[in-house]
Design a protein around this ligand. Structure first.
Ligand code: SAH
Length: 217
């Protein structure tokens, strides 16, 4: 079995193993297909290329990480992205999550606070054929007001509370996935849904561990 196929099998096994938390024993076929198509090895530094397809986070420099494939797949599945959806990502990092969303046909807008990472992700996204993904350097806690509202928002760094600007920039009927909790402590992946009347409901999905959402320095 190829490393790429091995990653998909591991995601499927992890999905079954966490069904009591997530309520999902199988992820959408479109999500698994997108995970299969994106070349994860292009998004990790040379030093960890051999481990690119392993189901674990990898260092990408600046004390940041590319998330574990299963978590990327689960978050993407929870967002229920349709082709043409406008999706905001907070924390571009390597650009990998943005590429997976782009493979699903989303119009992706991704904000990264560390300029060097934003620059690296830009180069990788262009080289991998995801040139239409929009990226910018800035504080993701503010969202991207000029491009709002969004059909879906994915936050890939943890904060004690979801920044209020993000919920505001979610359109009625939209969905947001975010890790919530203290840095370094147990965090919870939260699914936020805004109904057509603008009322917001949240659901705890899974204990997770993300790098912290930081202030621009
Ligand atoms: N989605 C990324 C994972 C990135 S890890 C990927 O697929 O590779 C989280 C990222 O969030 C880091 O790159 C970190 O620099 C970034 N980040 C932290 N605080 C932020 C903020 N306030 N605004 C935008 N990005 C932030």
């Amino acid at each position: 079995m190829s490393d790429r196929e091995g990653m998909i099998r591991t995601i499927e096994a992890e999905t079954r193993a966490t069904v009591d938390h997530t309520g999902r024993s199988v992820l959408r076929t479109a999500v698994l297909e997108a995970m299969r198509r994106v070349d994860r090895s292009a998004f990790v530094p040379d030093m960890v290329k051999a481990e690119a397809w392993a189901n674990q986070p990898q260092p990408i420099g600046h004390r940041q990480t590319i998330s574990q494939p299963f978590i990327v797949a689960l978050m993407t599945d929870l967002l229920d992205v349709r082709p043409g959806d406008r999706v905001l990502e907070i924390g571009t990092g390597s650009g990998y999550q943005a590429a997976v969303l782009a493979e699903l046909g989303a119009l992706v807008f991704s904000v990264e606070v560390i300029p060097e990472l934003a620059e690296g992700a830009r180069l990788t996204l262009d080289a991998q054929g995801y040139g239409w993904v929009a990226t910018k350097v800035g504080d993701g806690a503010l969202g991207w007001p000029e491009q709002a509202p969004f059909d879906a928002i994915v936050v890939t760094a943890a904060a004690p509370e979801i920044p209020p600007a993000l919920a505001e920039q979610l359109r009625p009927g939209g969905r947001m996935v975010a890790p919530v909790g203290q840095p370094g402590c147990a965090q919870t992946l939260i699914l936020v849904e805004k109904d057509e009347d603008g009322a917001v409901t949240t659901r705890d999905v899974l204990p997770v561990m993300f790098v912290p959402l930081t202030q621009p320095g």
